[in-house]
Design a protein around this ligand. Structure first.
Ligand code: F6P
Length: 550
């Protein structure tokens, strides 16, 4: 039994108190909560850095919030948080520290892992990345034939892809338009094919991003990219040095692959893959936006780290967001959580959060290996909001499921938008506010009837409302704001994992598929028969072979 947690979550008095409180709340409607307290919209608000966070449209009262904070206290969230920031090995199943917060710590900070201050090494790598980025951006770094680099292709998967690919899109308006960026992740050859088909190898740099440098998808794509490059240049392996760099924790594997470790930017085993894009894994982003903007982003992360570490529970935004998720999962049977950005630039934001949240908290045993009897991580989903309005919002408004949702919007359009497009921003944001209003307050049958709707249609046109949402607003979508948003979600996920008493920093669930794929491949190629497979997989493999004419 975990010493910090002598009692299982479902046996804690604070858990029982929340259950009782939930019963008392019953079907209380947001309309009633707003009527009872006319100041609610201005009171249930937090400000963190540049973020304005409105949680008034949640099915909570002051009492709910106090009970949730009691739960956080009883489950030791703050103690675990402090242990994380101190560099203790809180990822117990992998015996690792969890120190993505050190990646954005200021130069003079001291954070020790096994007695060694890791901050100087973090800044040494950031400085090397900055020097390299400037050489690419200025054209000083040239390819094997002496031509300047104009294309950057990041090859990685999971955390080694989603972070840089997402952040590149988010910060598109800050990127150097002289350079082309592509992100290749899928082992489906079509991904690499489409990424390089119109590129000139003489002007292309491949960044091979892999924490372990053993991930089959990435190594396979990197090997194919090397073939494409050397074939296109009609050159030998000596050309690799000018066209390949590696981002990894594994120098041995990098050099085994044929990349000079002088061209490797390192990070460390205390950075989880899904928490890594502010490490060397962000090199493609740094090349795109420049080192200064990258540092602004790191400062944004750090601002929220400090907020999470020091703000009192009543004002702590990641704590609040984490607690709200626990509340809906446990007491409203919410199975999923929607993240709905009202910014086209955030088109990959939710996909990034899917890995962050679902790989972290998709667990069903506690830290001691005992099955949990409570809901853990939700299914995270969503796309930019206005598109969603014309697709799946119907289900959120009138379906049968409880789907808490985060709405993220910005007061200003991104810099550089065509003047003629600027007025569209108010329309976008009018939609943003209208949706959270409709979700919360709905439309009663009386209101529908008052519009003269025939009785047989009243039920169809009624909106129950009472759908909980968080609204997150910022003035501008800047690099710092992106860092603030990501750190907010990172720590929200942390809070939930701490309460659920699961290890949010391992990912054993992805291992089995990898092992089985290795066993199935020789069956597909005909090197082995399917005797060792179950009858369904063996029959499918046989059907595949037949379709391929094997
Ligand atoms: O999917 C498992 C995983 O280990 C992720 O956690 C990680 O982000 C991804 O694979 C890629 O791993 P690597 O960076 O080691 O190639």
């Amino acid at each position: 039994m975990n010493a910090e947690r002598p009692t299982r979550l479902d046996q804690m008095s604070q858990w029982a108190a929340l259950g009782k409180h939930r019963e008392q709340l019953g079907g209380t409607h947001l309309r009633e909560l707003f009527e009872a307290d006319p100041r609610r919209g201005g009171a249930y608000v937090l400000r963190v850095g540049d973020l304005y966070l409105d949680y008034s449209k949640h099915l909570v009262t002051d009492e709910t919030l106090a009970l949730l904070r009691d739960l956080a206290g009883a489950t030791g969230v703050a103690a675990l948080r402090d242990a994380m920031f101190r560099g203790e090995k809180i990822n117990t199943t992998e015996d690792r520290a969890v120190l993505h917060t050190a990646l954005r710590a200021p130069r003079d900070a001291v954070i020790e892992v096994d007695g060694e201050n890791v901050v100087p090494a973090v800044h040494a790598v950031l400085d090397r990345m900055a020097a390299f980025s400037e050489r690419i951006r200025s054209g000083e770094w040239t390819g094997h034939t002496g031509r300047r680099i104009r294309n950057v292709v990041n090859i990685g998967i999971g955390g080694s892809d989603l972070g840089p690919a997402m952040a590149y899109e988010v910060l598109r308006s800050y990127t150097d338009r002289e350079l082309t960026f592509r992100f290749v992740s899928n082992v489906d050859g079509a991904d690499l094919h489409e990424a390089v088909r119109d590129l000139d190898p003489a002007e292309t740099l491949f960044i091979v991003a892999s924490k372990t440098f053993t991930t089959i998808e990435t190594i396979t794509n990197a090997t194919s990219a090397r073939q494409w490059l050397l074939g296109g240049l009609d050159a030998g392996p000596e050309a690799v040095a000018k066209h390949f760099v590696a981002l990894s924790t594994n120098a041995e594997k990098v050099s085994g692959f044929g990349i000079d470790t002088a061209n490797m930017f390192e990070f460390w085993d205390w950075v989880g893959g899904r928490y890594s894009y502010d490490s060397a894994i962000g090199l493609s982003l740094m090349i795109a936006i420049g080192p200064e903007r990258f540092r602004e982003m790191l400062d944004g992360f750090h601002l929220v780290d400090e907020h999470f570490r020091t703000a009192p529970a009543e004002e702590n935004a990641p704590l609040l967001m984490g607690l709200l998720g626990v509340w809906y999962g446990a007491f409203f049977d919410a199975q999923s959580h929607a993240v709905l950005p009202y910014s086209h630039y955030l088109s990959k934001f939710t996909a990034y959060l899917q890995q962050l949240d679902m790989e972290s908290n998709g667990k069903s045993v506690d830290r001691d290996g005992n099955p949990v009897s409570w809901q853990t991580g939700p299914v995270v989903w969503g796309t930019p909001g206005t598109n969603g309005q014309h697709a799946y919002y119907q289900l959120i408004h009138q379906g049968t499921k409880v789907i808490p949702a985060d709405f993220i919007g910005f007061a200003r359009p991104v810099p550089g938008l065509l003047d003629s497009l600027v007025p569209q921003h108010d329309l976008l944001m009018a939609n943003f506010f209208a949706q959270t209003q409709a979700l919360a307050f709905g439309k009663t049958p009386e209101e529908v009837r008052a519009e003269g709707v025939p009785e047989e249609l009243v039920a169809h046109k009624t909106f129950r409302g009472n759908h909980p949402t968080t609204t997150i607003l910022a003035e501008d979508l800047t690099p710092s704001v992106l860092g603030q948003l990501i750190a907010l979600y990172e720590h929200k996920v942390f809070v939930q994992g701490a309460i659920w008493n699961i290890d949010s920093f391992d990912q054993w669930g992805v291992e089995l598929g990898k092992v089985l794929a290795k066993r199935i491949e020789p069956v597909l190629t005909g090197q082995e028969g399917g005797e060792r497979l179950d009858s369904s997989t063996a029959t499918l493999a046989a059907a595949y072979r037949a379709l391929r004419g094997r």
